[in-house]
Design a protein. Structure first.
Ligand code: HEC
Length: 229
């Protein structure tokens, strides 16, 4: 016997499924496939829904090419399914020296299958642009705008910590009155508060509704790119 409460929640779920809004937090600026540098030799590729584990780590599905360069492009040396939480993000790794810093590339993804094994992309192929390297000016500033500033800016920022300027990210936040305050952002330090809090086990990960790829953006910027401007 189904009680009315249970019935109501099933009806809600069915309605959500029917309108395709199974991810309640919409990310208007995220595309079906997006790409971002993880390090000088790695590019993360994020899908907007869970992927087939069988297909997503197949390196022949990916090709990276410098915009304006001749030739077909380069297949990654390896592909790792790094997103154990949502199953949406892979890390493609290239031989050191393949990718130039601060340069426009395009990543072609072919033959992707979603978690149910269905062809995922219309036409089965999609191109995502990526500018190699991570800087505060792009794409970190946009990510902070999108996910953090609504709580960490204005007259009374949460924890006394502002995320709406480069300089303020280095602030002490709740440590301000401590005898030995520690900066929330320490370039190169994977244990600084900004990285820990935005990691998949951190409070800000759920509070800000980060995708796995966004969470990696914070860590990679701080660790691989020394939180550069
Ligand atoms: C819904 C509001 C909200 C959002 C969105 C949010 N935060 Fe927070 N954040 C808080 C609150 C409240 C605290 C203080 C309580 C705590 O530490 O858990 C906090 C604490 C922090 C701290 C620790 C500060 C300190 O010095 O103790 C950091 C770092 C931080 N947030 C970073 C971020 C980043 C980066 C984002 C975006 C990815 C973000 N937060 C999004 C509300 C928010």
């Amino acid at each position: 016997m189904m009680n009315s409460r249970r019935l109501a929640s099933w009806t809600l779920l069915a309605a959500l499924a029917a309108c395709g809004c199974d991810r309640p937090v919409a990310s208007p600026s995220l595309k079906a496939v997006s790409a971002a540098s993880a390090s000088p030799f790695a590019v993360d590729i994020a899908f907007d829904r869970p992927q087939s584990r069988l297909e997503v780590a197949n390196k022949s599905h990916y090709l990276i090419r410098r915009v304006g360069a001749d030739g077909p492009g380069t297949v990654p040396q390896s592909v790792q399914f790094i997103d154990t939480l949502f199953g949406e993000t892979v890390r493609t790794t290239f031989q050191l020296g393949t990718l130039e810093d601060s340069t426009l590339y395009e990543v072609t993804v072919r033959g992707a299958r979603d978690a149910y094994g269905n062809a995922y992309l219309p036409g089965d192929s999609v191109v995502a642009a990526v500018r190699t390297g991570l800087n505060y000016d792009s794409p970190l500033r946009e990510a902070l705008d999108r996910r953090c500033n609504r709580c960490h800016a204005g007259a009374a920022p949460a924890a006394g910590y502002r995320t709406d300027s480069y300089a303020s990210l280095f602030g002490f936040g709740s440590d301000s009155a401590a005898a030995h305050p520690i900066h929330n952002l320490i370039p190169g330090d994977a244990q600084c508060l900004l990285v820990v809090k935005t990691g998949p086990k951190g409070k800000e990960f759920s509070r800000a509704h980060l995708t796995y790829a966004e969470s990696e953006l914070f860590r990679n910027w701080v660790v691989s790119y020394q939180a550069r401007r």
